[in-house]
Design a protein around this ligand. Sequence first.
Ligand code: BES
Ligand code: MG
Ligand code: ZN
Length: 493
Amino acid sequence: MEIRATHTPLLEWTGDSLAIGLFEDSGELSGDLATLDEKFAGSIKELIAEEEFKGKQGSSIVTRVGTNSPVRKVILVGLGKPEDLKLDTLRRAAAAVARLAKKQKSKTLGISLPIWNNDAAKTALALAEGVQLALYEDNRFKSEPEDKGPLVEQVDLLGLGGQEAAITHANQICSGVILARQLVAAPANSVTPITMAQTAAEIASEYGLQLEILEQQDCEKLGMGAFLGVAQASELPPKFIHLTYKPQGTPKRKLAIVGKGLTFDSGGLNIKGAGSGIENMKMDMGGAAATLGAAKVIGQLKPDVEVHFISAVTENMISGRAMHPGDILKASNGKTIEVNNTDAEGRLTLADALVFTDKLGVEAIVDLATLTGACVIALGDEIAGLFSPDDALASQLEKAGEAAGEKIWRLPMEEKYFEGLKSGIADMKNTGPRAGGSITAALFLKQFVKDTPAWAHLDVAGPVWADKENGYNSPGATGFGVRTLVNWVLSDA
Ligand code: BES
Ligand code: MG
Ligand code: ZN
């Protein structure tokens, strides 16, 4: 599929489907749209009346226009109230029309939507993202694709001529989001710690990043007892991935991104029971997937910022070698942890990943982890929890998420709740009481960051996976986090 920015006026565009955005209650057709309606013998007005189309955000309708018309179908997409127009509304509108065009078997699609905030570049970027992310289909594990209909081959963004660079940018971003989706959607017998390390190696060689893989023995030498405790029951070797992007010249900033990388989480001996969603715990590397997805994008965009991408990758399995509930592990900063629940494994792997990252001399660390079911209970499955002792970093991430259309909501790091992690025998336990479970998880992680000026944790257990179609996300892996991370790295904070 090719997306083009074009100067072609609405009235002159020819092709299979022409999509036009309409604000809520915009009354009589006016301007170009009125002229277009005349050109199509009143069929747009008729469609609006017949379908009682009000322009509500998320609504869309389609009609066929005359047989000899230079446009076969007209799609109208609702944009809600003009004063409420957000960039993500346009991204979603583009996604909706792309899906409709595909359903209508259109090979060419013209999209005419308003420009957001007088910013043609951001608008073109958002539209191109919406189209590509909505049309992406994962047929890797089907012997034959289910949907054999024609593909949308060409999409023209009308009124956005000259925005070629924004479209290239969108293509690069989507390549990272789609990589993250593919990693998360692939089952645990396909994506393993070994293949995650291979994916990192591919990114390194394709885009010129530095790669360091710590094998089990290397992790032992560094005293990563928490990570290795989780890894010890698996038949597969753990892999500690460290990718580095270094710009030419002196970097403006030095940052690090850390992702939880459990290619499968059985729960360990505190095995996940019925209703726990164990059959979908291949998605427990969603943080690592976003980290690698972001590395792929940053490797292409080449900003003036040094970025480290880190993930301690393993499976949480059971065997005769498995951690016993009650075992005491020692992390690489010397802290001892009583494992009162083997299913709280993500924070154990992150503990050593954070200690490692804390020594890199970066200004800020952001970690992403499918860490707790409690966060999904608190915020539902579309919103990530944000935890940070640093207001400035928290607000940078909130802005980055807003621009990406990825929802994040800050939750408190209530220090008093750390009492729930007090252990009688070790420095701390890995699990506190059920209440406030995502807060105690964040407080646990905080113990492993000491020297880095700013740190934030995103609990992405909900939004890395979608059960239903939602805007540009189809059911399955969403690639959540990649676009927020890229925005954050690119911001001049
Ligand atoms: N990977 C899970 C968290 C999770 C739950 C991710 C649902 C995605 C969807 C994590 O390792 C886990 O098992 N957490 C436990 C922690 C508890 C034992 C303190 C949980 O949330 O139940
Ligand atoms: Mg678990
Ligand atoms: Zn887990």
